[in-house]
Design a protein around this ligand. Sequence first.
Ligand SMILES: Cc1cc2ncn([C@H]3O[C@H](COP(=O)(O)O)[C@@H](O)[C@H]3O)c2cc1C
Ligand SMILES: O=C(O)c1cccnc1
Length: 344
Amino acid sequence: MQETQIKVLDRTLDQAITEKINGKTKPLGSLGQLETVGAQICRIQHTLQPKLEEPAILVCAGDHGITQEGISPFPQEVTFQMVMNFLAGGAAINVFSRQHNINLLVADTGVNFDFESTPQLLNKKVAKGTRNFAVEPAMSIDQCKQAMQNGADMVTKLHQEGTNIIGFGEMGIGNTTSAAALLCKYAGVQPEQACGAGTGLDQKGIQHKAEVIEKALKLHQAITSPLEILACFGGFETATICGAMLKAAELKMIIMVDGFIVTSALLAAHAMQPQILDYCIFTHQSNEQGHQHMLSFLRVNALLNIGMRLGEGTGAAVAYPLIQSAVAFINEMSSFADAGVSNR
Ligand SMILES: Cc1cc2ncn([C@H]3O[C@H](COP(=O)(O)O)[C@@H](O)[C@H]3O)c2cc1C
Ligand SMILES: O=C(O)c1cccnc1
């Protein structure tokens, strides 16, 4: 993975941005988080006329050795079956991306299946699934770096094609366990707080998942560097998304952060380069309980909290119109002076 260097945002336009927003025909602050997001996009793009161009969502799929521990109610083959569903256009993320004209890309980052080669599926397979982190690190450092580089390459290409806003999605049976372990390591949260139902575990299942993580944390307690943590507990899709996010921020793209799994990839990226947060819009708060711990650790608020807990990038897709509204009001709304409306 080539080193990325994310710039801390230039804040010299901050006062002009605030004045522009406060000059609009509305009571101060009355557009709430749309104002915060609009200002953030102005800052990222260093302009008072922000633009969203060629929005994209990149869904990364990968399989997880940790499924051997019985931590998901669904069998591993659902990962490749859902990839087929993405390619056929029938998954939730297909529907919402079509609805909002978002360019949807799907990558095999490490699925345990031999797909027929098709231009619709980006082949970024590092291996056919990670190893079981209850026994050994999920991937080697080289594999982790390879996945991160693959993510960076895909983002670079999209950037060259004109994309300036990107969301990430994932598919990988077992990946809520991996994400929970990453949450424990990066944020110091306890397994019971980090674990949730995932695709639908009952209370006993959640307890078992927490125990699996607790044992794995003990086994790998010597591991402390951000990259080693990602390699030990992450998935190929998570590592790919981590590298992709780092590159997106370096290229000054807007990053739409989805739910629990995608935020676990961001925890890794944040541990490597904390300034990445300036480029992130948190689209929704997942109902997977650990997600609230991730958001509090990062000290951020999400735009939506509507009980979603699917992944695939669906939170990013459904929140995209709100981001469009944030940009539209900044560009199109009249000021008190233009409209002849009396200000206080
Ligand atoms: C049909 C189906 C579609 C999905 N789309 C996303 N996920 C989500 O659930 C999985 C993680 O949950 P766990 O850790 O409990 O296995 C991931 O693949 C995630 O993207 C799905 C899960 C299923 C079953
Ligand atoms: O919030 C998520 O990303 C999520 C939650 C449960 C299952 N899969 C994904």
